[in-house]
Write a protein that binds this ligand. Sequence first.
Ligand code: WT7
Length: 633
Amino acid sequence: MQVKSFEEYQQAYSLSVEQPEQFWEGIANNFLWKKKWDKVLDWNFKEPKIKWFEGAKLNITENCLDRHLEKNGDTTAIIWEPNDPTEHHRILTYKQLHTKVCQFANVLKNNGAKKGDRICIYMPMVPELAIAVLACARIGAIHSVVFGGFSAQSIADRIKDAECNIVITADGGLRGTKEVPLKSIIDDALVQCPSIKKVIVLTRTRTPVSMIKGRDVWWEDEVKKVETQGNPDCPAEEMDAEDMLFILYTSGSTGKPKGVVHTCGGYMVYTGYTFSNAFQYQPGEVYFCTADIGWITGHSYIAYGPLTQGATSVMFEGIPTFPNAGRLWDIVEKFKVNILYTAPTAIRSLMSFGDDVVKGRDFSSLKKLGSVGEPINEEAWHWFDEKIGQGKCPIVDTWWQTETGGFMISPIAGVTPTKPGYATLPLPGVQPVLVDENGKVIEGNGVSGNLCIKFPWPGMLRTTYGDHERCRTTYFATYENLYFTGDGCLRDEDGYYRITGRVDDVLNVSGHRIGTAEVENAINMHSTVVESAVIGYPHDIKGQGVYAFVVCPNQHGDPELTRKDIMMTVARIIGAIAKPDKIQFVTGLPKTRSGKIMRRILRKIAEGDISNLGDTSTLLDPAVVEEIKAGAL
Ligand code: WT7
């Protein structure tokens, strides 16, 4: 599956455009199918309808586990590094992981889970999280993982949207010096969720939790039951290629997160292919992705992609700055990591601690580096290249999205010449186009526009759960016959792509996607808030920070306290990750005569660029702008 030279890349790319079905069939033949497809591709972007490998039967976990047992059963699948460096790390071979996944799949069955059920997973970064995900896939249940930083309300919204019947969680989770009371947060969420019949609770922190009779069971007890039943195996459910594999919620420009749906066959082929190719993974290499399985990066490039390729993957429970800013480098040295895949925000944060933390380290094991989540600024790119890669490791800057399932525009390590700040060229099978506001395709090089994709790829989303029309309007209706990414992009004179950031009302805060409308809704729930506008502004570490302009005339005492109350409200409604960095109280928002908030003006003020606010002639009340400028934070 790997291209080994730039010529091979160009050949593969041409084939993938001229004969896409033949190209993807060739890739798909590298996987294990119970039955092969009748048709490679059936599609239109109008409805949209996207079907890959129709008629094929498979189970993705056989590709992640069973397929490796005979020759590589004793190969390490997961190396788990705990939050606390004095606690012992754990190793799971493919054989051990297979056994544990089968056991837990049987636990799920014993607790009433069936093919097609939706199961919510809210867990810390422990191997059992990967086991839970794979166990769902084993029995054909659809997992919906919710990141451990989301609030009870967010979990409840997601459980209700997907009508989940089971939750898998843990008593608590450890992140740095903090303990997250996961089960207690779930208990709060479940007050609103009558569809949940069972909660399976893993022991991690041993913090006291409530266990409700008939509903809540302990993970360990249930596994013991399966052991005494004496049948450790769990045959893999036969799935259609287009059966749902999972739902993952993500923010957009409207208030409500969307449940992005990925299916079994195409997603498997795409994540396996892109992982193998972009990182040029070689047997025996140790790969470390610092993401959380709660995000798409963890789904595709900690769990499914690497496991389909029999890779050895490091899974880290903690955060890069605990117990100190050398932690990632400790892990690289400890496990002799060969491939390190992380985010620009982490790089910038670690850079800020100075070179002492990286000096004298043994980075000789590192061969390839990766970056994901947001545009990487040149300073961070060079630091990563020089201080970590020591000038000898290609950096693959992978551009992709929850919706794309896997890498789209990315260098192939050691094959594609890189350029700082550039995601470089589309991977085989990916056909990007740039369009102007009117949807006209912009040809040639040295141009920029809105980034769209004009042909389907196997890993793309199929729908948004329970609301196909929303999928159509969000991604396929802006420009006819194109998938719209929401990103702005530049194509330079060499045809290289550089992503310039979102062109919709979506923020990227520390690589996390946050919809401004969602944050505004949360702020507006605070009792004394009349209205608000949330804008992103450049932030040295986070990439973007959250700036909230809030109309709040009848404050309850000290404004500083009101600020904190608003923060708390956002944390309760969405989660701590969406808390504004700055809150400016204003008497009104700049609006047009038709009542539309002029975000362009607020953006300038938030960015500190108030000298030229552009055309303000359509403003209803220009005095408001003067006041906001004067009070800018
Ligand atoms: C948005 C998708 C899938 C990766 C994790 C985030 C931005 C992602 C890059 C990159 C510039 C990037 C885009 C995209 N983004 N990777 N290498 N260079 N921007 O997934 O939460 O679905 O967010 O992240 O704006 O649209 P996500």
